[in-house]
Design a protein around this ligand. Structure first.
Ligand code: UD1
Length: 429
């Protein structure tokens, strides 16, 4: 199994090209199930999760073709891929495929909308909490589907097709919003989704669905209206830049000091996180090319954060920000409100010498002068990268084990960091 060995001490200087967003690419790929025509997605990141989803989609009958590559100055690629679900040959998504990645469960929406039935295994994914599926079941039921759970599978049926309805999510869920919105595009009549997720990836999916002929308004607000249509058609859509990757590298530069242009990044997608970095004493400048992050010698100030649905501070940057705060001059409090079990990086950061204690859903981080390299174990995708960030400033070598999590969500991580002066290498064992 591969590990990543980081030798701490170097500042980061240069340019990092930001990839297409994983969390947008996955639902966009799933949207291809809604039409028999081709959906061409541009700037799809090359990630293990994308490959897993391709396997699931081909199992349903989707043909795909890699249409071209975008080569940037670092030799990194974002692919253009065309997906065509000419005929859905199988409406079952089996356990061995779905258990690897939670987002694959989302095929239930388009399959149900187009084929009027779907049988999808209960999902897997990062171990960051119980992550139930009640919101998916309740919202699809509101659209007229019969939902049952049998032998680990969710079975959804709507023999006469889905019917538009008003549904209020009792809790904000990105995935359930994606699924209900996709399902409603082919339902008869009007659907109104209240307390919907406002994340940029929901907006990106809505824009793509509109390009495919869907009638959607209100995306980006907490009330989304969808007027069902008979059928959707093909389209071409470019995946938006990855705000979590952007924030991760911004925190890495904040940690090491230096001057890095995050090329292609878009500040409004992560304004709250950028504001927090400014509060911590980091330079953040929007340019025509992207976002420039600088820190030259100044101390890191402690900042308290609470994770919240968009536009609040994203839970997917919580671990990386905690890594940063381990070196702040003072004490910060980081409260996790989205997932109940997302502090598994705490004990690993402690192995590097961080001083963190937990009080319920709040981590109290007392800044230390120096972290020291150690072997650590990645437990989920974002936790893994927080350990890499900490390793960039830890004295000596930090070995991050079980890096398959990183490959699920960060395109060319080692190349991007080493291109800016970090000493990061992958070791196979
Ligand atoms: C997506 C992101 C993930 C991010 C999360 C929150 C993708 C592929 N993944 O995950 O990176 O951390 O949003 O921003 O886009 N919940 C229920 N019942 C449900 C569904 C969700 O209780 O049926 C709960 C979850 O357990 C969690 C909260 O709702 O506590 C938010 O989860 P949700 O927004 O659904 O996360 P995902 O869509 O899985």
């Amino acid at each position: 199994m591969d590990s990543i060995v980081v030798t701490g001490g170097n500042r980061l200087n240069g340019t990092i090209r930001i990839s297409g967003a994983k969390n947008a690419a996955l639902p966009l790929m799933i949207a291809s199930l809604l039409t028999s025509e081709s959906l061409v997605l541009q700037n799809v990141p090359h990630l293990a999760d994308v490959e897993s989803l391709i396997r699931i989609l081909t199992n349903h009958g989707v043909d795909y073709r890699v249409e071209g590559k975008r080569k940037d100055h670092n030799g990194q690629m974002g692919r253009n891929i065309s997906f065509r679900a000419g005929e859905i040959v199988d409406t079952t998504a089996p356990y061995d495929l779905v258990s690897r990645m939670r987002a694959s469960f989302w095929v239930i929406g388009p399959l149900l909308a187009r084929m009027h039935k779907a049988k999808v295994s209960l999902p897997g994914g990062c171990a960051i909490g119980t992550r139930p599926v009640d919101l998916f079941i309740d919202s699809l039921q509101a659209l007229g589907a019969t939902m049952t759970i049998e032998n680990g599978y969710v079975i959804a049926e709507a023999p006469g097709g889905l019917k538009g309805a008003t549904f209020r999510f009792p809790k904000v869920s990105v995935g359930a919003t994606h699924v209900a919105m996709m399902a409603a595009t082919l339902a008869s009549g009007r659907t109104v989704l209240e307390n919907a997720a406002r994340e940029p990836e929901v907006v990106d999916l809505a824009n793509c669905l509109i390009a495919m002929g869907a009638r959607i308004s209100g995306h980006g607000t907490s009330s989304i209206t969808i007027d069902g249509v008979e059928a959707l058609h093909g389209a071409t859509h470019t995946v938006l830049p990855d705000r979590i990757e952007t924030g991760t590298y911004a925190m890495a530069v904040a940690m090491t000091g230096g001057d890095v242009l995050l090329e292609g990044a878009s500040a409004p997608l992560l304004q709250k996180a950028l504001d927090v970095l400014v509060e911590a004493g980091v330079g953040v400048e929007e340019t025509n090319e992207g976002i420039r992050i600088t820190r030259n010698g100044g101390a890191l100030k402690p900042v308290n954060v609470i994770t919240e649905p968009f536009p609040g501070f994203p839970t997917d940057l919580q671990a990386q920000f905690m890594a940063l705060m381990t070196m702040a001059e003072g004490t910060s409090r980081i409260t996790e409100t989205i997932f109940e079990n997302r502090f598994m990086h705490v004990q690993e950061l402690a192995r590097l010498g961080a001083n963190i204690s937990l009080d319920g859903q709040t981590a109290i981080v007392k800044g230390v002068r120096q972290l020291k390299g150690a072997p650590v174990m990645a437990t989920d995708l974002r936790a893994s990268v927080s350990l890499v960030i900490a390793g960039l400033v830890a004295e000596g070598q930090t070995t991050v084990n079980r890096v398959y999590h990183l490959d699920r969500g960060f395109e060319h991580l080692e190349q991007k960091l080493s291109g800016c002066g970090a000493i990061v290498e992958r070791v196979s064992s």
